[in-house]
Design a protein. Structure first.
Lengths: 315, 325
């Protein structure tokens, strides 16, 4: 009682019980402080890393985006230009906005395809059939080999499109008939469908794990109550996949947005070394791109949460 | 005659005699509660094979093209089956890629950060899962942020700092962030370990604490062994992602260490240095087959690792419970 401030080592629980209430409350506080200190100790290394490799560079990039940056062999000189880099990216540069709009369309088209496709594959792999192990090995290949150079090679081969469909005259005419707003998504869908499938590896894995967590007895109970497979899918499987769908959607958007062959990223990277552009301009574009990405994430997240809530309601 | 007719009307016939047969036919075709019907199974296999083909076709194409001799390449009759098993492209590919050196560099550059990243992620994940402290939700938000923030938003200052420190081109440029929990996709690994440690029972650790073990000791001798599957899975994924990551590697290692994918991206140039187009005969010019052999050599180590460790990939999520409720 006379030394309440020193950290108390975890002693035998019998002494705790005989102590007066006031002291055990104090001891509770010191134990909690001690616990918190150890907790901070474990994550300290991450906090340092976060400040050094994420926070400070992020702030510096923002600072660059407000300046005209000239890099020489020895030093970096900044010339404050307010929001000029941003207005140039948004209003003057004809390429950037077009690329960003293309990126938004591509992402919004790709996400549902990846999600639906991954869900179907996961449900198939969750069944029992012959050669299951072989098919699982094939379907998880994209996890291992989806990288910038390989995808570039695939696209160059034309392995990424649905060739027979995209070049049929009737389809070309059909696309030409579509309203302008719909044309580019449909075109993208036809030319890159297979490419999109290459981005579903991890998502299949996550869906599969989530499917295997569903208790078998729920299916049996539903079947005994006379539910058809169709009803089981809509009433049991889909609602239990709703949370994981949000995770997958976020993962898909982030992967697509960070992919090194992404056109916007390539453009920003090229502008970094451009005499006309430079680091300041590239930084401003990076921030605009980041903001667009957050908006996309927000849209998809809210949409899916709405759906998940409804799914949970009907369960 | 009449009485016979009335007794066995055609409809009555089917009801009585054919009903079991029809039922069996129906369950054979469309399945019943116990097994799936043949229609469903056929559809399932068609879908499986179609999708499997989509994934395998580019690889097959890559491989078949890479073993084509120059004659086969020019011959329009030869599509999927080359007339001979020609290894000349691989000879050139190995030389142009400087395979031994670049492979070693790639292994070093992906394995070292992965080891560090996995260990640090487990420390942080353990801290988040086992201790109560103020500001934990903030840490999770920031973790998510490190996952979402595009690399080019933090790349330039990092690059300039590395340049000032003379670390550009040095593998340390990739190792340092990994060591501090900011490696490539570290956030995912931290969340994996968070999930894993949360799902492990606390009892053993608590009894060790009562026996007087320190927190650090508890982590090393109880928590770490219990989470072994998570370590293996994280390490494998980390290696694969580091191997495939070409953007950051390209920026940070340019002018220093050359990895396999980096050398592949300047394949044409390197080839023409070794085999100058004006000097060598026409069959030694750079062709599609040589390029494909280069690409194939590039993914071959990953394929080998994958086929050896495929069980870990396939069962990984079940073991670690990434799904994150």
């Amino acid at each position: 009682m006379n030394t309440p401030t020193t950290p108390v080592p975890a002693s035998t629980p019998t002494t705790v019980q005989t102590l007066p209430i006031q002291r055990s409350a104090r001891r509770e506080i010191t134990l909690r402080t001690r616990e918190a200190l150890y907790g901070y100790g474990f994550i300290l290394i991450w906090v340092i890393g976060f400040s050094l490799f994420t926070l400070i560079p992020l702030i510096q990039t923002f600072q660059y985006s407000l300046n005209k940056v000239t890099v020489t062999a020895q030093s970096i000189s900044l010339d404050f230009v307010e929001w000029a880099n941003y207005s140039r990216a948004l209003f003057t540069d004809p390429n950037f906005i077009e690329l960003v709009i293309g990126y938004m369309i591509e992402t919004l088209v790709s996400v549902p395809i990846v999600l639906i496709f991954a869900m179907i594959i996961a449900m198939m792999l969750n069944l029992n059939f012959k050669l299951k192990a072989l098919f699982r090995v094939i379907f998880f290949l994209p996890i291992v080999i989806t990288s910038g150079p390989v995808i570039k090679e695939l696209t160059a081969q034309g392995a990424a499109s649905v060739p027979s469909i995209a070049s049929v005259p009737a389809v070309v005419e059909f696309i030409a008939e579509l309203p302008r707003a719909l044309r580019s998504p449909v075109e993208y869908l036809l030319t890159s469908f297979v490419l999109i499938l290459w981005f579903s590896g991890v998502q299949i894995l996550i869906y599969l794990a989530s499917l295997q967590k569903i208790d078998r007895s729920i299916y049996e109970a539903a079947a005994i109550d006379g539910a058809s497979t169709w009803e089981i899918f809509w009433k049991i499987i889909l609602p239990s996949l709703s949370t994981v769908t949000v995770v997958n959607a976020v993962y898909t958007i982030v992967t697509l947005s960070h992919f090194s062959e992404n056109k916007v990223i390539r453009y920003i990277y090229d502008q970094t070394y451009d005499v006309q552009g430079g680091i300041g301009y590239a930084s401003a574009m990076a921030f605009i791109y980041f903001a667009v990405m957050i908006v996309l994430l927000g849209i998809v997240y809210l949409f899916l949460m709405q759906w998940a809530k409804r799914g949970q309601g009907t369960r | 005659m009449k009485s016979v007719m009335s007794n066995t009307t055609p409809t009555g016939m089917t009801r009585s005699a054919f009903q079991p047969l029809l039922d069996r036919l129906r369950s054979f075709l469309f399945g019943n509660r116990v097994h799936r019907g043949i229609v469903f199974n056929t559809l399932l296999y068609i879908l499986l094979i179609a999708i499997g083909f989509v994934y395998l076709q580019p690889l097959l194409f890559m491989f078949v093209t890479s073993i084509k001799s120059p004659d086969d390449l020019l011959n329009p009759m030869v599509q999927w089956v080359p007339t001979e098993f020609y290894l000349g492209n691989y000879e050139k590919g190995l030389r142009v890629l400087a395979y031994a050196d670049t492979l070693f560099a790639s292994v070093m550059v992906s394995v070292t950060p992965s080891l560090l990243q996995t260990f640090v992620a487990s420390l942080v994940g353990y801290g988040l899962a086992r201790y109560r402290f103020w500001g934990k939700p903030l840490v999770f938000v920031l973790l998510l942020a490190t996952f979402i923030i595009p690399p080019q938003n933090t790349l330039i200052p990092q690059m300039l700092t590395y340049r000032d420190m003379g670390l550009l081109g040095n593998p340390l440029a990739l190792i340092l962030p990994a060591l501090l929990g900011q490696g490539y996709r570290s956030a995912i690994f931290i969340l994996i370990f968070y999930q894993t440690f949360q799902s492990l029972p606390k009892v053993l650790e608590e009894s060790a604490r009562l026996d007087g073990a320190s927190d650090v000791r508890i982590f090393f001798s109880i928590a770490m062994p219990a989470a072994l599957p998570a370590y293996i899975v994280s390490f494998i994924f980390s290696v694969v992602w580091y191997w495939n990551e070409t953007f950051l590697t390209g920026v940070f290692l340019e002018g220093g260490v050359t990895t396999l994918p980096m050398q592949l991206s300047r394949f044409t140039q390197a080839y023409e240095n070794l085999y100058p187009p004006g000097v060598v005969n026409i069959f030694d010019r750079l062709n599609e087959a040589v390029k494909m052999s280069g690409t194939f050599l590039n993914i071959l180590p990953l394929l080998v690792i994958y086929f050896i460790l495929q069980r870990w990939f396939v069962e990984s999520v079940e073991m670690t419970g990434i799904t994150g409720e």
